[in-house]
Ligand binder design. Sequence first.
Ligand SMILES: [Zn+2]
Length: 483
Amino acid sequence: MTTMSCEDHVSRNRQGSLCRQRRSTHALPDRRKFLQASATSLGLSSVSGAITSLWAGQEGRGISEARFELPRGRVPASFIIDDSTCLVNMGHFCMPQFATAWPNRPNYKKPWKQWPREIPDAFVREFGEWCAEHGVKGKYSIVPYPACVGWLDRVLPGWSRRELLASLKLVRELMVPNWDIHPEMITHTRVIDLKTGRPMEEIHSGTMENSYPQEKKSVDELASYLAYALRILKNCDLPCEGITTPGGFGNRVKQELSLAVGEAVRDVYGTELPHYFKYVAGPKESTVPRLENTKDNGRDLSRAVMNVWAGTGDWFGNWDGDREPQPDRYCNRDATAGQMVDRIQKREPAMMLCHWPGLYSHGTRKGFRAFQRVILSLEGRFADELLWMKVSEVGRYYAAKELATIRYAARTVHVDTPYGTPDCTLAITGPPPFDPVVVKGSKKQRLRRVGRRADLVEGSHFVDGETCWVCFRLEQGQTAVVV
Ligand SMILES: [Zn+2]
């Protein structure tokens, strides 16, 4: 927990507005800001720490602290699935193409011909329904021209037209409600020449999406490539607010890539806050999403993009579906150890990663069973602590948390934010009793009381001693919460 520093306070007084103070903290994604609107009138301007102690003697008068908490007071969790698409088993189809481009790598010399060419829709249905039952949400890639097998908006050789359309319909109906859909570039194998729509003639690492581009590319060039992938999914009537990079795509142009994501996703889908998945945090790195490309100290968000990180490796069946799952690395049976447990205990987004062929495991579904065990273990210990969200929802929540300005005076908290978010949760400390009402323009919403923090949902509050937790749908602009 951070308290307001002396410098913040002075800066607010000097600027005569809160904007400056808020905007200057963008570099610190999860910094919590506590401002006391009435501190000035009490003559506080220079002594750090004095505010808290002075307020300790003024408790009868109003709020002494208000902070942006985690959504519904829970740790956000998300399941990031790479290398999924319709019907095509990317393990089977990518392997020979990777082997041609990287002839010396032994891990590309596996018996792919013996592996199933299809991951059937029956498996998508089983997986999607099980996840819906257990509330699991996240990101599900749809590679639009998977391993150059066929165009999902045109024809998928090897499957009938009816099968392709049914597969897309299944994704729209079963997956879209709980999962962000991302293109994982165009093919996940060969780089496509956008002028001809054909794979580049030469085959080497430089013409594979996994390691593309090998030289500097402009933001516009990259954006054109991303937009090409996005448009295919748009033709399939699939919504997208972000993209996933295949393997090392964009490693040499990280800054341009981030800008290109914003440009392409806004261009094709008109998304307010595009996001992307590329990076995996090491055990000591944070999984808090990074807000990028804000300009003018955050006043200009027209290019803003959320960079959403994973917080685990893939420890199910790997990208080719050929590895023995190691579920304990995510979470052991009694949920006392594992990377997901560590993230939850740090109260950082628990972003779990895997590859779709690794859940199917060449048809044995070993990876899927290991995944189910992980989820059941997490439920066993953390049912009241976790909130499964789409990755876009995690990104949006942290964008609001980072950019919202919170001020308070007497018994009113004022929130001003450029992004709204569902499940906005504030912890407000002050003298009880509490009867919180959210005021937005002429609308007023009284928040009903729940008996446990774990029961917090939008439209409710929970009282814990002198702290009142309020949960409501935060809309863009100014909102007042009167407690
Ligand atoms: Zn991938």
